[in-house]
Write a protein that binds this ligand. Structure first.
Ligand SMILES: NC(=O)c1ccc[n+]([C@@H]2O[C@H](COP(=O)([O-])OP(=O)(O)OC[C@H]3O[C@@H](n4cnc5c(N)ncnc54)[C@H](OP(=O)(O)O)[C@@H]3O)[C@@H](O)[C@H]2O)c1
Length: 264
């Protein structure tokens, strides 16, 4: 059995994905990191991770919803790691057209329309299915870990967030798929879990802060659970644990990492 550990992290160059990448690198994982367009940040991430943790890091640019991006991930795994993958983390996420959705339309509907719906379906469940179907052909039995990143309100542990209907249907599908693949892969002893981060300080919040103002956003965070932001590395540490032998018997779980936000 090969001892090299390799992980593919979508959206692994900034924010929560970078926190995941850093925790996995510190655990000795070599990395394939996906990103959409921010080349400079991707290169900074590679330089820092390789320099600090002495692991190999490969960058793959592409839209998560495109099949060609998933193909490029697996070509990279084939070329650089002999087609072997230990862990898959599907984390990439963004707002539709980089705008937070903070108001219903004139009819009171929060639905953002079918183009936005297709964008989120492509980036969340479609991409996850494509990734998992290929990843499991690259994983050894008893040594494969799959983790998806969801959001608050996409299962029964918390009420729906009205502004999140369009992305939320995509994330909710991913949560279903996690249970499906956990069941399918249990005989191979490959695990599949979903984490549900609470409010985590990343650049994804910039449009919300711009629209509502920092004071209002801070007041909101101060009203939830432990009354503070999560850090990307707090989320990353839990994902890294789920991608370790210590978590070999955890599968099909939906784990909030949110300081109690789901108790609201
Ligand atoms: N932040 C929170 O409070 C929070 C809470 C719960 C769940 N989440 C979830 O956590 C995940 C990461 O969020 P974040 O806050 O870390 O976001 P972020 O700081 O904006 O980072 C997003 C990362 O994903 C990549 N990405 C974005 N859209 C993509 C696309 N269409 N195709 C390929 N890559 C794409 C970005 O690449 P570029 O750098 O090239 O743009 C970047 O690497 C998302 O799934 C989000 O829903 C976040």
């Amino acid at each position: 059995m090969s001892q090299t550990k390799t992980a593919l992290v979508t959206g692994g160059t900034r924010g929560i994905g970078y926190g995941v990448a850093e925790e996995l690198a510190s655990a000795g994982y070599h990395l394939i990191l996906g990103y959409r367009q921010n080349q400079a940040r991707a290169e900074d991430a590679k330089t820092h991770l390789e320099g600090t943790y002495a692991v190999r890091v490969f960058l793959v640019k592409g839209e998560a919803g495109e099949e060609s991006t998933v193909d490029a991930f697996f070509s990279c795994i084939e070329e650089n790691f002999g087609g072997k993958l230990t862990a898959l983390v599907h984390n990439a996420g963004a707002y539709w057209q980089n705008r937070a959705h903070n108001k219903p339309d004139a009819n009171g509907s929060w639905f953002q329309g079918w183009e936005a719906y297709e964008f989120f379906q492509g980036m969340y469940p479609k991409c996850f299915i494509r990734l998992v179907e290929k990843a499991v052909t690259c994983m050894e039995d008893e040594r494969g870990y799959i983790v998806a990143v969801s959001s608050p309100g996409c299962n029964n542990s918390r009420g729906p967030v009205l502004a999140y209907i369009t992305p939320g249907t995509g994330k909710a599908s991913v949560e279903y798929l996690v249970r499906h693949y956990a069941k399918q892969l249990a005989p191979r002893r490959i695990t599949c879990n979903v984490v549900i981060p609470g409010f985590t300080k990343t650049e994804a919040w910039d449009p919300v802060v711009k629209e509502l103002g920092a004071e209002q956003v801070d007041a909101f965070i101060g009203s939830c659970g432990m009354k503070r932001w999560a850090t990307p590395r707090e989320v990353g540490g839990v994902v890294s644990f789920l991608c370790s032998e210590k978590a070999a018997f955890i599968t099909g779980a939906s784990l909030p990492i949110d300081g109690g936000v789901h108790l609201k």
